[in-house]
Ligand binder design. Structure first.
Ligand code: UD2
Length: 351
């Protein structure tokens, strides 16, 4: 077909006009998405199971105007401890953050924090203290959803929860090996994130039940991927860390590698980052099991291997994971969360 000579410029103008219109629509759509502060799941609601609803992961650090707090200094601060890792993640110690400022920044975000805790077999007896002290000190003023995994739902104590806090009990099988109970946590957390947590929470903390909160554990602990330094090894050299040292294991760490020794009693972060961590660790655990290997400290060994190559974006000092049998040391100004003294032979299904 041939166009008349008068028709050509008209078509050209039309084509240019269409491109300009498309460009305008495209620019407006994406710039609006980039500037949004509201959870992404409002945008991505989809019935497709292959496209999970994922909650937002980026919030601006907005401080209210006229908020009065102590002037921060670039010269004066904690000098007795290291407060930043070599990859520039903060290490959180008392005195490194202003709780009033932190709360005023994070509380308006209306975040929901998932908190998983396993109470299998006799460990159900630790639940009451764990929950009651969490209500006093853990993420106070935030929406918290506890997920209690147990084989004894009838023994879960009834604890008064403050407003905005919920508790779900999820039945899991018991076991006659504590190693299996401890290690299976990765798999169960992974599948529960898939089935519900990713729709219900922004951040997640996975905690040991045989513990109590003693002081504030707040929004200063939030980050993309959060790990805690084990209280037993923070003053040790890496050669003394109880990493898995057998090359045949998927949790293997060579003697000349390693940053810190992280405690298995706490994993935290954005739900999707913890999902990836639990998926990887669970799969590596299964490969080891297929080769008849159980890592030295079960899932804690796999966690340490994962975090060596996937650096945490925030590291909690041992203030956030102490052990009652351990005397307080001078650098630990506040014990926030601590494992209770337990009689292993009494509470575990095997020794
Ligand atoms: C250490 C770790 C723990 C885990 C374990 C290695 C710290 C302070 N603790 O703790 O997180 O890595 O070594 O396997 O870093 N559980 C039950 N029922 C049982 C046994 C365990 O529910 O019969 C659950 C419970 O939530 C408990 C957790 O598994 O808090 C860890 O088990 P543990 O407390 O016996 O392990 P422990 O104290 O040696």
């Amino acid at each position: 077909m041939r166009f008349s000579t008068n028709f050509k410029p008209y078509v050209l103008l039309l084509v240019v006009g269409i491109f300009l219109l498309l460009g305008y629509v495209y620019f407006n759509f994406f710039s609006e998405r980039l500037n949004r502060d509201i959870p992404v799941d409002e945008d991505v609601k989809s019935s497709s199971p292959s496209k999970p609803m994922v909650r937002s992961r980026v919030w601006n650090m907005v401080s209210p105007e006229k908020l009065l707090y102590k002037q921060p200094s670039v010269l004066v601060g904690r000098t007795d401890v290291v407060t930043v890792t070599p990859w520039l993640a903060s290490i959180i110690w008392e005195g490194t953050f202003d709780p009033v400022l932190v709360d005023n920044i994070y509380k308006p975000m209306n975040l929901t924090i998932a908190t998983t805790v396993f109470a299998v077999g006799k460990y159900v007896s630790f639940l009451r203290d764990f929950l009651e002290t969490a209500e006093m000190h853990f993420m106070v003023g935030f929406n918290v959803r506890y997920y209690v995994f147990t084989d004894r739902p009838q023994d879960v104590p009834s604890v008064n929860l403050t407003q905005g806090r919920h508790l779900s009990v999820i039945q899991v099988p018991g076991s006659n090996r504590w190693q299996e109970i401890s290690a299976r946590r990765m798999e169960i957390i992974q599948t529960t994130i898939e089935s519900q947590i990713r729709r219900e929470a922004d951040y997640i903390f996975c905690l040991d039940v045989d513990s109590k909160f003693h002081a504030r554990w707040g929004a200063e602990s939030l980050g993309r991927l959060v790990a805690v330094i084990h209280p037993g090894y923070y003053d040790q050299t890496r050669a003394n860390f109880p990493y898995e040292r057998r090359p045949a294991s998927m949790a293997y760490i060579p003697m000349d590698e390693g940053d810190y020794y992280y405690g298995g009693a706490m994993i935290g972060g954005f739900v999707e980052d913890v999902y990836t961590l639990t998926t990887v660790c669970r799969n590596r655990f299964a490969v080891d099991a297929g080769n008849s290997i159980e890592a030295a400290w079960q899932e804690e060994s796999h966690l340490n291997r994962y975090l060596l190559y996937n650096k945490p974006s925030k590291v909690l000092s041992p203030e956030y994971l102490w052990q009652d049998f351990k005397a307080k040391t001078k650098e630990v100004k506040v014990i926030r969360f601590s494992g209770v003294i337990k009689n292993y032979a009494e509470v575990r299904p095997n020794v």
